[in-house]
Write a new protein. Sequence first.
Length: 101
Amino acid sequence: AGTADAAGAADAQPTVKGLVEAANLKGFRDPQGMFALALPKPWFKVRPTDKGDLPDESGKGRRGSRIFSAGLLSNQFAPKILSVERFPVALVFADAGIRVG
């Protein structure tokens, strides 16, 4: 029975949580539920929350379409930056000349 258990454990698929922990990542879930992602633990995280900072239904806000930024600036020649932006699908289609409705 012990050999069968060991074989079953070897065939088990890794879990997302296990992969995140193994890669030294930390989960981030947007407080408004717009997105969730895993980032390296040392990265900075910026989520604007002031009124007017977040884009409205037109995709525009005081800070443009950006709703989240993260990164690592330890190397000035190769910074690592991630930005999450909100683009309403209807506006993306309209910019491409596709009528929605």
